[in-house]
Design a protein around this ligand. Structure first.
Ligand code: ATP
Length: 310
């Protein structure tokens, strides 16, 4: 459980995080979503006591990070990949970490196995691919078997296989009952990874809700309609003041649910070949909620390059 109340961080004239309040529950993956520069890393650093808030407060399981007796047994974090000493093997890197944090050496082989690095444990970590480095970083975060895990942009730069591995791994950690908080500027990725979202823009909270609610609340709910006599149906819907625009061979209708559209078609004797509600994408939801916040459109441009996630 992570709880932030009125969290604020100012660097000179830059308000990186402003009066941010949210909570992150155990047993699910919570996405921390916002475009580049929104304040995600700053927030994560404050959670981990690496930066002091200008105002407000953030606690892990009711305590400030600095007051945790065994921090690594409570919270594990992956902030940046490739921070390992290049001439160390994965195993010796983790052994050194375990020793300096008074964790049992036996845990090293366990975490190597959990992240699937046993076969390369004695290889030089400097030669690892980004995906392998991420796995090593995750192994380090898991050394103390913590209940709370923080990942800052863990899929950045990974290939599709690496992205899938990370996504499945986060689900597994959440299924084990852990609190998993993962930041990303990629909306499509978060739609597949997180069941809960904390959305920020320009350092401020925009929304906290389930991913499903976030999309449902903000997206344009439309119904796709196909008919061999689409013209009369379009005219009737427009006459009723319902918005309907041509799309492909059919119509995209908004502002009227599929039952009502079916009734209208029946009343004017138009046969239907398709009547299907369309689920809005997270991109649409993001657009809708953030309105004209310029910084968001920057984030959306990146997200638009990803495969659509409906
Ligand atoms: N140490 C610092 N000194 C001055 N300004 C900073 C510092 N760290 C962050 N900032 C500023 O605070 C704002 C938030 O940055 P932050 O890195 O937290 O955002 P982010 O959402 O993590 O973005 P990204 O995905 O690009 O890392 C930005 O305007 C950034 O330039």
């Amino acid at each position: 459980m992570i709880e932030a109340v009125g969290l604020t961080k100012q660097y000179g004239n830059t308000m990186a995080v402003k009066d941010l309040s949210f909570s992150v529950e155990p047993g699910k993956v919570t996405g921390f979503l916002g475009p580049n520069g929104a304040g995600k890393s700053t927030t994560m650093r404050m959670i981990l006591g690496l930066d002091n808030p200008t105002a407000g407060d953030v606690r892990i399981k009711g305590k400030h990070y600095r007051d945790l007796h065994h921090p690594l047994r409570t919270v594990g974090a992956l902030l940046e990949a490739r921070w390992v000493h290049p001439n160390r093997s994965a195993r010796s890197h983790l052994r050194w970490m375990a020793k300096s944090n008074k964790l049992p050496a036996s845990r090293v082989d366990e975490v190597l196995d959990i992240v699937g690095l046993t076969a390369v444990a004695n290889k030089n970590a400097g030669g690892f691919s980004l995906g392998m480095s991420q796995r090593l970083g995750i192994a380090a975060a898991l050394l103390g078997d913590p209940e709370v895990l923080l990942f800052d942009e863990p899929v950045n730069g990974l290939d599709p296989e690496g992205i899938l591995w990370i996504r499945n791994f986060m689900h597994r950690l959440a299924d084990e009952g852990r609190t998993v908080f993962v930041s990303s500027h990629l909306l499509s990725e978060m739609a597949l990874t997180a069941s809960e979202l904390v959305v920020i823009g320009k350092g401020e909270l925009i929304a906290q809700s389930s991913t499903e609610e976030f999309v449902a609340r903000a997206s344009e709910n439309t119904v796709k309609v196909r008919s061999p006599r689409i013209g009369p149906l379009r005219d009737e819907l427009l006459r009723l003041g319902v918005s309907a625009r041509d799309e492909g061979e059919g119509l995209l209708v908004s502002g009227l649910d599929s039952e009502k559209i079916g009734e209208v078609a029946f009343e004017i004797g138009v046969p239907l070949h398709e009547l299907s509600p369309q689920q809005g994408s997270l991109e649409q939801a993001f657009m809708q909620i953030t309105g004209d916040a310029v910084e968001y459109h920057t984030g959306l441009d990146d997200a638009a390059k990803q495969p659509a996630a409906n």
